[in-house]
Design a protein around this ligand. Structure first.
Ligand SMILES: Cc1cc2nc3c(=O)[nH]c(=O)nc-3n(C[C@H](O)[C@H](O)[C@H](O)COP(=O)(O)O)c2cc1C
Length: 189
């Protein structure tokens, strides 16, 4: 087997989901792209987003204590990039990208109609980490595009064309190659 090349510590975890985070209200909503996000507990369902304090969205999220994480698809890739390189301080990104908002029953932050799954989140802690502050948050509600829910109520998220971000580039998720626990599952006779 080939030997390794050793580099200094860096943020090279990939792939990550490049999500569109909405913040503010229906009247004054902003959206930014976030790569530093993930799930950190199941019960209660907890997530985090790490945001640089210089971002226009930072103060909005800090003040309201709420945001929404909108999963993204290959159809949304241009918007994902645009919302990550233009600021809401000077640009109406929703209008520029043709994105549409709807109000979820939980929380006051609007979510994106274009997103297959949106998570409404309530901030529980803000942890300063250096370049970024981590907003730790409880997921208070989930909005799902019914096109991806089958007649048995199963969510088929792979059909939405989920987007991945790896080392500065966007990718369409590839083919399924397993499912949770399949490696130890007994074969049916
Ligand atoms: C793929 C991608 C991922 C990004 N991830 C983050 C992130 O995790 N945290 C962050 O603070 N900024 C991140 N950014 C940069 C912000 O989205 C960008 O600075 C944006 O313009 C901020 O918008 P705002 O000023 O309207 O809040 C990312 C940008 C891209 C393109």
């Amino acid at each position: 087997m080939a030997d390794k090349v050793f580099w200094n510590g860096g943020a090279l975890l990939a792939p990550v989901p490049p999500v569109l985070v909405t913040c503010g209200t229906m009247e004054h909503c902003n959206v930014l792209t976030i790569g530093w996000t993930g799930i950190c507990a199941t019960h209660p369902p907890m997530t985090y987003i790490s945001v640089r304090p210089t971002r226009h969205s930072y103060a909005i999220i800090k003040e309201s204590g709420e945001f929404a994480v909108n999963l993204t698809t290959t159809a949304m890739v241009k918007a994902v990039d645009f919302c990550g390189v233009r600021s809401g301080k000077t640009t109406d990104k929703l209008k520029a990208c043709g994105l549409h908002l709807t109000e979820p029953p939980q929380g006051s932050v609007p979510i994106l109609l274009e997103s297959p799954v949106s998570l409404t989140c309530k901030v529980t802690q803000i942890i300063p980490l250096g370049s970024h502050d981590m907003f730790l948050a409880e997921i208070t509600g989930t909005a799902v595009d019914p096109r991806y829910v089958d007649s048995k109520g199963k969510l088929n998220l792979q059909q939405s064309g989920l987007l991945a971000y790896a080392h500065g580039e966007y990718f369409a998720l590839g083919r399924k190659c397993g499912a949770f626990g399949y490696s130890v599952k007994k074969k049916r006779r």
